[in-house]
Design a protein around this ligand. Sequence first.
Ligand SMILES: Nc1ncnc2c1ncn2[C@@H]1O[C@H](COP(=O)(O)OP(=O)(O)OP(=O)(O)O)[C@@H](O)[C@H]1O
Ligand SMILES: [Mg+2]
Length: 339
Amino acid sequence: MFLRTFSRDLAIDLGTANTLVFVRGEGIVLNEPSTVAIHESDHSVIAVGSEAKAMLGRTPGNIRVIQPLRDGVIADLEITERMLGYFISKTQRRLRTILKPRVVIGVPSGITQVERRAVRDSARHAGAREVYLVEGPVAAAIGAGLPVQEPGGNLIVDVGGGTTEVAVISMAGVIFCTSARVAGDAMDEAILQYIRKHYNLLIGERQAEEIKITLGSACPGGDRRTVEVKGRDLADGIPKTIVLDEEEIREALREPVMTIVETVRTCLERTPPELAGDIVDRGIVITGGGSLLRGLDRLLGQETHLPVTVAQDPMSCVVLGAGRILDELDLLKRVAAPA
Ligand SMILES: Nc1ncnc2c1ncn2[C@@H]1O[C@H](COP(=O)(O)OP(=O)(O)OP(=O)(O)O)[C@@H](O)[C@H]1O
Ligand SMILES: [Mg+2]
């Protein structure tokens, strides 16, 4: 194989739950959990991505599995840098390129200057030539195919792992944005707590996520399915199996789901009237992995009286939007800030 002599520019969605990398001219080349396993003693990295996530809840005391971005903010700067560096070099190795890439990174809209610098520096350390940061909701809206450059309000709701970001976007800028640190992770935690409280049974985070994905819902509908759940009985410490039905899971999810609905309502209440009028016509578009929770679109529709659509391929919207920004210099100038 010969080395490419031109650079392959990258778009990255640095998410709390998942990191995706898009290569210009190729598409999405990497999609892995934002997870790192390290040795407690010397902080050396043992595994990154899927391999590290598989270790969650199964490690001996000297190994720690970390999600360096928690609740939509960078909780561990150093590990985030290392993880991002690992993902970038992994894609660069694969592409066998020698010229340093330009990189557009989608970041949560509320990140601080210190966090912005950390993201930029880790991308530079990993070999980026130029780094641009774009606010997550703007990238999500572009990726979802909304006409964000035109004057006219678009309401985008991104329900990720750590945060729900709700933004009104017009003319390529965020007019108003609200966010809550309640999204997919909080749903998992709610399921875990429900089972603990009602069945005195302790389950793991990964298991809670699996239950949410297979059986979770925000609205009643369909048949009443059940799932077997294995965990550790808190009274006698012995492994035990229980059976849960859909309605119980919905009950467990009620609080985080209603927080998401309230966050959307708050944003709508504060939207200037002209733009609110546009939103009545265009409706709401939801993106992010959390938008796949069954019936969330229906519930949001009932609660806001607006049409709600789940974007196509909702978990890829941010990275695809960032990818389009790479392609269109004009868009890059308007929505992304050089870091
Ligand atoms: N079918 C599904 N039903 C419900 N939730 C799902 C489904 N598929 C994935 N999820 C959840 O989506 C979340 C991850 O979504 P996503 O990859 O958009 O988050 P992220 O971008 O990494 O996080 P953030 O945007 O908060 O930084 C996880 O909590 C995951 O459990
Ligand atoms: Mg996200």
